[in-house]
Design a protein around this ligand. Sequence first.
Ligand SMILES: CC(C)(COP(=O)(O)OP(=O)(O)OC[C@H]1O[C@@H](n2cnc3c(N)ncnc32)[C@H](O)[C@@H]1OP(=O)(O)O)[C@@H](O)C(=O)NCCC(=O)NCCS
Length: 187
Amino acid sequence: MQTTVRIRRARANEASAIARVHVETWRAAYAGLVPDDYLVRMTENGQAFTWRKTLLRKQPDSAVLVAEAPPAGQGAPHTVVGFGSCGPNRGSKLAYNGEVYTLYVAQDWQGHGIGRKLLGGLFRTLYDQGYRDCIIWVLAANPARFFYERMGGQRIAERGQEFAGEVLEEAAYGWPDLEDWLRQTGG
Ligand SMILES: CC(C)(COP(=O)(O)OP(=O)(O)OC[C@H]1O[C@@H](n2cnc3c(N)ncnc32)[C@H](O)[C@@H]1OP(=O)(O)O)[C@@H](O)C(=O)NCCC(=O)NCCS
């Protein structure tokens, strides 16, 4: 399955497709981690609105990538099955310049190498924009942290982050040398 999935820049009209994956993966991955209220109030329309603004803003040093699966049949559209976004470190005081903000693969498509491909695409994008290192913040209780460890990330910091009135622990993973990572992974 992974060989047929293509990683590319998101188009301005793909906010709804991204929002669909966003809401689906949040509800599945964060049930029990993030307050139910927060997950219940999330809607595809609301997320699409936010993603549309991000896609139209076109900040030169930020990017949104999608993983696109081929059409299910003749005449059917391509399907967005994952997405990720990156850009400058959003203000944490850690000495890392680049940051991956989001990385999500639709549930039915997880475990087929798409997350690895997307992360590689995000690291390549950051590197090409002049970033030499990268951090990612993840909920400390999210099993996705093992994925980041598998991808060579080093746990470098913790912080409390407020979600719907609750303070949740987040962990930061760091990649201090993107060039080395890209060389080793052939990205
Ligand atoms: C985390 C996520 C992006 C990984 O994407 P994926 O396509 O499922 O992962 P891949 O198939 O590319 O996995 C690459 C490697 O990481 C390993 N891996 C992936 N998820 C893992 C996990 N939760 N725990 C341990 N190892 C994991 C795979 O086994 C694979 O190992 P290999 O090198 O031996 O082949 C995806 O599962 C996801 O979207 N999860 C839910 C949302 C989420 O929590 N996102 C992160 C927000 S910070």
